[in-house]
Design a protein around this ligand. Structure first.
Ligand SMILES: [Zn+2]
Length: 227
């Protein structure tokens, strides 16, 4: 998965490191929003005779969370190369349409992704499934706001079947099985294949919902009154 980078100019009042251009990931690793962050602090250590390793601390203008990027400065030509970001960036680009539509989904998705990076696979699987459930139900409530309370109580598989008949026609049996597995099933008998399958379906729903929201003109869902 490629990461989209953007060029930012670090605050010029910060000695040595300020005023230079750096490439950093386009999306905040916390909220996923695409925005040029505030520059907070910088530090560096000599890495080799010709290179300095630079740490930059940023603050997201969207969620106000901080994140760190590292860069290698070539002392000869003064160019910088992006090396890494902490916390780790989201491994997929989630569209702005989805971010605006379901901030709760983004929040849980990010937590699941962090768990996955740290090899907490059971926690990640439970998190991705919860994220998927939130997304599917938010969309169902957008379709039928008057049924918000029933939707909230529906099992994920029933909700997906009712509100996404198009997806069920294509991959009915496997999808029902993937969505039907509950939390206990994931924590007791988790295989890599099941985990990848869950992420695959999550991606299918994400793309499907994004497309439908774009068709609808990305109308935000009604404020939940039942939670
Ligand atoms: Zn952010």
């Amino acid at each position: 998965m490629t990461m989209t980078l953007q060029t930012v100019k670090f605050q010029s009042s910060i000695p040595h490191y300020g005023g230079r251009s750096y490439t950093i990931p386009q999306q905040c690793p916390h909220c996923g929003i695409v925005v040029a962050p505030y520059s907070l602090r910088a530090a560096g250590i000599d890495y080799s005779k010709n290179e300095e390793f630079i740490f930059l601390l940023h603050k997201c203008k969207g969620c106000e969370e901080k994140f760190l990027t590292t860069h290698l400065l070539n002392k000869n030509d003064q160019t910088t190369t992006f090396k890494s970001i902490y916390p780790p960036a989201l491994n997929m680009e989630i569209s702005e349409v989805i971010m605006k539509f379901s901030p709760k989904f983004i929040q849980i998705y990010r937590q699941a992704h962090t768990a996955e990076i740290e090899s907490h696979t059971e926690l990640a699987a439970a998190g991705y499934r919860l994220a998927l459930e939130i997304l599917v139900k938010d969309f169902a409530k957008l379709e039928q706001p008057e049924r918000a309370e029933q939707i909230r109580k529906m099992p994920l598989v029933d909700c997906a079947q009712t509100y996404f008949p198009d997806l069920f026609v294509l991959v009915q049996r496997d999808l029902a099985q993937a969505l039907g597995s509950d939390y206990i099933a994931y924590t007791q008998d988790q295989s890599d294949a099941e985990f990848n399958e869950l992420k695959y379906y999550l991606d299918i729903f994400l793309q499907n919902i994004e497309m439908k929201l774009k068709i609808r003109g990305a109308t935000p869902p009604p404020a939940p009154t039942d939670q």
